[in-house]
Design a protein. Structure first.
Length: 255
């Protein structure tokens, strides 16, 4: 990879881990350059200029340099106070970060998805908006990585999806009118698909149907891999309908 020196790039810290005795290895998400791997030299030291700024859900101004796959962080400045997520919203935020790490290739920009991520983490502050925000983010993520859902037409007839019709959605194929003995895919009503396409808000049934639809799709894409954020969430919130689903997507009222 050619040498680069970047300054003033908006981005987020998705994940970090210790690297040597004093540094951190970062997984960054930038608007123009996508996911970036970078070393923050000396970041664990008490006098580091990066101390306190490398935290999730805070929009920061980034800079880096280097020739290889892993860059050297040269700039990290807050652009604002950040989003103080807590409780279930915090784990929904970690879920977003983990989806980005699992599904985005490094140095592959997705500016539309970056903007949706920024919007979504602010929506996670409101418990009443969390599930809808996650579903819309998942939809955009799937579109950006080439697995966008076919939400407009029934696949066998080509007719527009009707709000009062029940369909079976088959991953990779689309929606088909549900037959009497049809158990393929996921059952979902037309008004749920329309609400997802238009981002017009969900009722309780729509939330449940789209949650199960996305869960099935992410389960196939993950190919047996699990999400740490989901596992931790299920341990901390073991009861009730708020427990996250088994593979990607979400069950209950959150992830």
């Amino acid at each position: 990879m050619s040498s680069s020196r970047i300054k003033g790039e908006p981005g987020f810290v998705l994940h970090w881990r210790p690297y040597s005795e004093s540094s951190l290895l970062l997984d960054l998400y930038s608007r123009t350059y996508g996911r970036i791997a970078a070393i923050a030299k000396g970041a664990r030291g008490k006098k580091s200029p990066y101390r306190g700024t490398l935290r999730p859900f805070a929009l920061i101004t980034l800079g880096w340099s280097g020739k290889g796959e892993v860059k050297t962080l040269t700039q990290c400045e807050w652009t604002g106070p950040g989003v103080a997520l807590h409780g279930p919203g915090l784990f929904c935020g970690y879920y977003l970060n983990e989806l980005l790490i699992k599904f985005l290739h490094r140095y592959d920009p997705h500016e539309r998805l970056f903007d949706r991520y920024l919007q979504c983490i602010h929506q996670l502050l409101s418990e009443s908006e969390q599930q809808t925000a996650l579903r819309y983010f998942e939809k955009v993520l799937l579109e950006e990585i080439g697995y966008g859902l076919q939400l407009e037409r029934e696949q066998s007839t080509g007719e527009s999806v009707a709000p009062d019709v029940c369909y079976r959605y088959r991953p990779g194929l689309g929606a088909f009118i549900e037959g009497a003995d049809d158990r393929t895919g996921i059952a979902v009503h037309g008004d749920s698909l329309i609400a997802l396409r238009l981002e017009a808000g969900f009722g309780e049934r729509g939330q449940r149907e789209i949650k199960h639809l996305h869960r099935m799709i992410f389960r196939e894409l993950l190919e047996g891999r699990t999400l740490v954020s989901r596992s931790v969430y299920s341990q901390l919130y073991p009861s009730g309908n708020a427990a996250p689903s088994k593979n990607g997507g979400a069950s209950g009222t959150h992830h």
